[in-house]
Design a binder for this molecule. Structure first.
Ligand SMILES: CC(C)(COP(=O)(O)OP(=O)(O)OC[C@H]1O[C@@H](n2cnc3c(N)ncnc32)[C@H](O)[C@@H]1OP(=O)(O)O)[C@@H](O)C(=O)NCCC(=O)NCCS
Length: 198
């Protein structure tokens, strides 16, 4: 999905977020992105590891260009400053129509609600434009800021998976939080072509 599709989606939903907008991560973001990652080391550790060198950034971009997954920047309306990042990973079509989100704020803009708004917009974008049915967030029990965020956005806890993801050098237990289309006031959209008729 290109940025024009996001613009169309946001233009049609003027009430979705007053303070933030979305756009895809692009090559031109490299310098600002790497500066923000450097400035956010303390905030991100030990929960999230983002590209921190030009080579890693280029590999990251290539992954999102090739995989069908989406890497979306949450930008502050007006200034355009990059407040954070929300990725839609592990998209499974067919009977699942499901994706997993991963997100991070950048230190200069953290603690102001921008990521909660960004994730809220991403949920609507995923359901209305990508025509997914469910988004999951996997969160370590000690990650209180992230747990607060998903609660604020309206996710529900579905379960708990021991040793689910390899993070910071070890297999970590995660709470499984998710949101489905029936939990959000979305516009009716035709089903994705890969959804079976019954
Ligand atoms: C998880 C993470 C993204 C949360 O970032 P954040 O900036 O705290 O999240 P929000 O944008 O939702 O901001 C919430 C804070 O802004 C405050 N806030 C201020 N104005 C606000 C507004 N208008 N609306 C909502 N919240 C507002 C809230 O009170 C809250 O502060 P609190 O934590 O002191 O209660 C961030 O801590 C992070 O990047 N962590 C490392 C990476 C990570 O863990 N990712 C998730 C892996 S599962």
């Amino acid at each position: 999905m290109n940025d024009a599709a996001i613009d169309v989606f946001l233009a049609g939903r003027p009430d979705t977020s007053r303070r933030v907008t979305l756009r895809h991560l692009a090559g031109r973001d490299q310098d600002e992105f790497l500066d923000l990652v450097r400035a956010s080391t303390q905030l991100h550790h030990p929960w999230m590891s983002l590209p921190s060198t030009p080579e890693q950034f280029q590999a990251y971009l290539a992954r999102y260009a090739e995989s069908g997954e989406e890497s979306l920047l949450v930008c502050v309306r007006g200034s355009g400053a990059i407040a954070g990042l929300v990725n839609i990973n592990s998209i499974i079509r067919g009977r699942f129509q499901s994706g997993a989100i991963a997100y991070a704020a950048f230190a200069p803009s953290a603690g102001q609600g921008y990521l909660s708004e960004g994730v809220t917009v991403v949920v609507r974008y995923a359901f209305e434009q990508l025509r997914l049915h469910r988004l999951e967030a996997q969160i370590q029990p000690g990650n209180h800021a992230s747990l607060k965020l998903v609660r604020r956005v309206g996710f529900r806890q579905e379960g708990y998976s021991p040793e689910l993801l390899y993070i910071d050098g070890a297999w970590r237990d995660h709470e499984r939080w998710a949101i489905t289309t029936s939990m959000v006031d979305i516009r009716p959209t035709p089903p994705h072509p890969t959804l079976p008729e019954r």
